[in-house]
Design a protein around this ligand. Structure first.
Ligand code: ADP
Length: 423
């Protein structure tokens, strides 16, 4: 029976939370999409369901979240965690408020702690105001986000516009005074009929305080940071054993492949570094402006590399080259052709015995995971912040899904070396 059942509003956010929990000692499984009604309870301390509900229509986000809640409650999850972005990505219409309201009502709870702080990544909350680094949220660039422009840094107000319930604050000074002070402040807010308490937090030490103070609440809303102190609190309550390595994955022998579909600056540097180490092949969407033909060229090439332990296949290209491709194929069509080609390539490589797969790019990862039909990822050790190795039991496959901007320049070699170093 999982201690924590989380509902995450996007896939990479779910992985981020799952990695946080594993690093704090909780065995964690990530489920992709709403679990089917007859799905068995995963054998883990924490289960993170990843949805695609951050910018979905409100009704859809609520429906998927409630269906996920139903599964998590069916598995007797003790604590429900609604995972949102650490920049609180939402609009006045939702989706954080409406989803939280629906979960709160379904659970019949009164006060819900809310905190997106993630100090290690520069997200702090002070007097209810969210900062990104040294800038207020609404001066951090997030005010220009194409889908969820954040034009107000005051989370009491932001959440207040998304719910009819009352929103209050547990300020910095209270959090500094420690666990009992936070508990008393939460109890006072609850007595005052406040439904949501924004929690200030500017450091990991404060997150540890919050973890202990809120561990008995039935529902909480946070970024991945709010989970930092929870496993320690569970251990103190005897819910989580002090068992060894939560990040242990099975040893899976086999060839490795790297598929890079991100054109971010970070990924371009990572691809350049990896090209010097591994046999590599560049997809040419202008020569093959069709997903099947584009994939076939790469698969033909890979069939001629039987002696190579690791293959690198990439579409990653400079902004100039991407603009050229988009001018001919159109932006969306180019993206779709390349994503589908990568999905086909991944399927072919796994069929040919690749058992260690690294995918760079959020959308690219989504296409690959859905083509491979994966429903479940067991979370393993972190390669770089936010990117763990995972194990997909359905395919007996080790998988690392990296969003474009994550990881150091030597990410690909580092990730593979990490596996070699394991027993
Ligand atoms: P990131 O995580 O960096 O945003 P994504 O995989 O989410 O990476 O997005 C990258 C998008 O760019 C994908 O749709 C991918 O198919 C597309 N793409 C990759 N290479 C090229 C290229 N050479 N020309 C045009 N589009 C490309």
């Amino acid at each position: 029976m999982p201690i924590l059942g989380a509902i995450a509003d996007d896939v990479t956010g779910a992985t981020d939370l799952a990695a946080m929990l594993v690093n704090a000692g909780a065995r964690t499984v990530q489920l992709l999409g709403v679990p089917p009604a007859d799905a068995e309870s995963p054998d883990a301390d924490a289960v993170v369901v990843s949805l695609k509900s951050r910018t979905a229509p409100v009704a859809w986000a609520v429906t998927d979240s409630l269906a996920s809640l139903d599964r998590l409650l069916g598995w007797d999850a003790r604590t429900i965690y609604f995972k949102v972005c650490s920049t609180f990505d939402s609009t006045d219409r939702g989706n954080i408020g409406p989803v939280a309201d629906a979960l709160r009502e379904a659970l019949g709870t009164r006060l819900v702690p809310v905190c997106p702080a993630f100090p290690a990544n520069g997200r702090t909350v002070y007097q209810g105001h969210l900062f990104v680094g040294t800038a207020l949220l609404n001066e951090s660039g997030m005010e220009n986000h194409p889908l969820t422009p954040m034009r107000d840094a005051n989370l009491v107000r932001v959440l207040g516009r998304q719910t009819r319930e009352r929103v209050g604050l547990v300020p910095f000074a209270t959090v500094e005074r420690g666990v009992e002070a936070v508990r008393a402040a939460l109890a006072a807010l609850e007595n005052d009929s406040v439904a949501y308490a924004i929690l200030d937090s500017v450091s990991d030490a404060q997150l540890a305080t919050l973890g202990e103070a809120i561990a008995d609440y039935r529902l909480m809303v946070g970024g991945s940071g709010l989970a930092l102190g929870l496993p320690a609190a569970w251990r103190r309550r005897g819910w989580l054993s002090a068992r060894g390595d939560a990040a242990r994955l099975p040893h899976v022998p086999g060839r490795a492949a790297i598929l890079a579909g991100s054109c971010s600056r970070t990924t371009l540097a990572q691809v350049a570094q990896a090209r010097a180490c591994f046999a590599s092949f560049a997809l040419d969407p202008l020569a093959h402006p069709d997903a099947d033909a584009l994939a076939a060229a790469a698969i033909d090439w890979s069939d001629r590399q039987a002696a190579e332990p690791t293959l690198l296949i990439y579409a990653s290209a400079s902004p100039e080259r991407v603009a050229e491709v988009q001018a001919v194929l159109g932006r969306d069509r180019a993206g779709e052709i390349i994503e589908q080609a990568f999905a086909t390539i991944a399927e072919a490589l796994v069929a040919r015995g690749v058992r260690r797969l690294i995918v760079a790019g959020g959308e690219t990862s989504g296409a690959v995971v859905s083509r491979l039909g994966l429903a479940r990822l067991v979370i393993g050790p972190t390669i770089d912040p936010g990117v763990p190795w995972t194990f997909a039991p359905e395919r007996d496959l080790l998988l690392a899904l990296k969003s474009g901007n994550f990881g150091t320049t030597d990410f690909f070699t580092k990730a593979l070396t990490m596996l070699e170093a394991r027993p």
